[in-house]
Ligand binder design. Structure first.
Ligand code: GLN
Length: 446
């Protein structure tokens, strides 16, 4: 009730929820109370939470931030939703997001932009901006997000939170509406590394319904939080600290680095030479996959259908034309172009080769260091409307997060300070399945 009251009071201002599921929350809370009384509670039983509106929730609107799915009631639960329910978490509602998770500011949502609780003039980041704003404003203690090119870490950074993108395939994608399937990964957004570890314990598991799901023995992500970090080797990629990074952010990171040094970590300069190619490669691969994934929205099986179509072609054209927003259309056009005969070799194949080079950069770095540290985002939260006219400017906000998705690595963002009262995030990147180590360092820092 406390959190539902806060949502009632502040959501109109922040726009962080698309759907509030108050009745379901109270019923789930009641069940959780009974579980607590009978001694069958898990760590998070009774803890309220919010789901990004990209996760299918049975019987509840699942819009993915799009007019296309404004009328879509999911007939089943995503695995992530199912797992949270089984652990006794209480669902408060579904959070706002960029349309089909395409964006870095939450301004492409059909439901309007989300405001950053630290400064209502500023964006919360995207695409999981509704989840981040909800947690930052204490409308929910914790939330789920998804990260295809930075959409958990960047809004966490811009809202002063801890957000983790797990190793690709650690968290099931079943029932998570697909944007770019080889990059999409769900994960937790919370206040602290410990909160994030607790939710990751619930989310990470093999799922036979996701063909890419990883059969990884279950881990307790809390168990290493208090380990000493003395002797941990941390790499500082020179490409992440050069031109493009706001100098104020560099200074805040320097202070954080010194603190980790005092805790016994050692720092080493490293190189990730193909970093500059990550954004261009991503903006071929992600649109290519999105153009294929979004072909299912044809106005026939589910979602938006145009009025009075004259024939099947008119039905497809107008349903898609009217149902998708501008950014989604831009991606579909880029993707179909890049995949078309005659251009495939020039674009898609080249981008895949760059993707391999970027993975190799990380593999080489992890021979020298345990963890890589850098900024999460080149700037703090920018103002609403500041980048909406210039897609490339917007795309560059993910310059430090995108390489991680291309390589499938785990990474988290933790809050390390403020510049002009707007939060600064620091990114820690780990080798495959080193979530526990990332959370350990984050917890020791915090
Ligand atoms: N901002 C990036 C994009 O627009 C990443 C989004 C995401 O991670 N879902 O594609």
């Amino acid at each position: 009730r406390y959190f539902l009251d806060r949502i009632e009071r502040y959501n109109a201002q922040l726009n962080s929820f698309i759907t509030v599921t108050a009745e379901i929350a109270l019923a789930q809370a009641h069940t959780a109370d009974q579980r607590l009384q009978s001694g069958k509670a898990d760590w998070l039983t009774g803890i309220p939470m919010a789901h990004k509106d990209i996760f299918c929730t049975q019987g509840i609107k699942t819009s993915c931030g799009s007019k296309m799915l404004d009328n879509f009631i999911a007939p089943y639960n995503a695995t992530v939703v199912e797992k949270c329910q089984a652990a006794g978490l209480v669902m408060l509602g579904k959070t706002n997001m960029d349309e089909f998770a395409m964006g870095s500011s939450n301004e492409t949502s059909y439901y309007g932009p989300v405001k950053n609780p630290w400064d209502l003039q500023a964006v919360p980041g995207g695409s999981s901006g509704g989840s981040a704003a909800a947690v930052a404003a204490r409308l929910a203690p914790i939330a789920t997000g998804t990260d295809t090119g930075g959409s958990i870490r960047q809004p966490a950074a811009l809202c002063g939170l801890t957000g983790l993108k797990p190793t690709y395939s650690l968290v099931s994608r079943y029932g998570m509406i697909a944007f770019a399937s080889s990059l999409d990964q769900g994960g937790p957004i919370g206040l602290t590394a410990q909160d994030v570890a607790l939710l990751l314990n619930v989310l990470a598991d093999f799922d036979p319904r996701d063909s890419t799901s990883l059969a990884h023995p279950s881990e307790d992500y809390q168990s290493h939080l208090n380990d000493s970090i003395a002797g941990i080797k941390i790499g500082l990629p020179q490409e992440y600290f050069g031109e493009g990074l706001s100098s104020d952010i560099g200074q805040v990171l320097d202070v954080a680095i010194k603190e980790l040094e005092q805790a016994g970590a050692t720092f080493h300069d490293i190189h990730l030479p193909n970093t500059a190619l990550a954004v261009p490669a991503y903006y071929i691969i992600a649109p290519a996959e999105c153009s294929s994934n979004l072909s299912r929205f044809d106005g026939v099986r589910f979602g938006y259908r145009c009025q009075d179509p004259t024939d099947i072609i008119d039905l497809y054209k107008r349903s898609r034309g009217e149902g998708f927003g501008a950014e989604v259309k831009r991606r579909i056009i880029i993707g179909t172009y890049a995949l078309s005969a005659g251009y495939y070799d020039a674009y898609y194949l080249q981008a895949q080769k760059i993707r391999r080079l970027i993975s190799q950069d990380f593999a080489a770095a992890f021979k020298e260091v345990d963890i890589i540290l850098g900024p999460t985002s080149p700037t703090t939260a920018f103002n609403l409307g500041e980048k909406t006219d210039d897609p490339v400017k917007m795309y560059l906000s993910d310059i430090y997060t995108i390489p991680v998705n291309l390589a499938g690595l785990p990474a988290l963002s933790i809050p390390v300070g403020f510049v002009k009262q707007r939060p600064v995030g620091m990114q820690l990147i780990g080798n495959y399945l080193r979530e526990a180590q990332l959370l350990n360092i984050a917890h020791q820092y915090q």
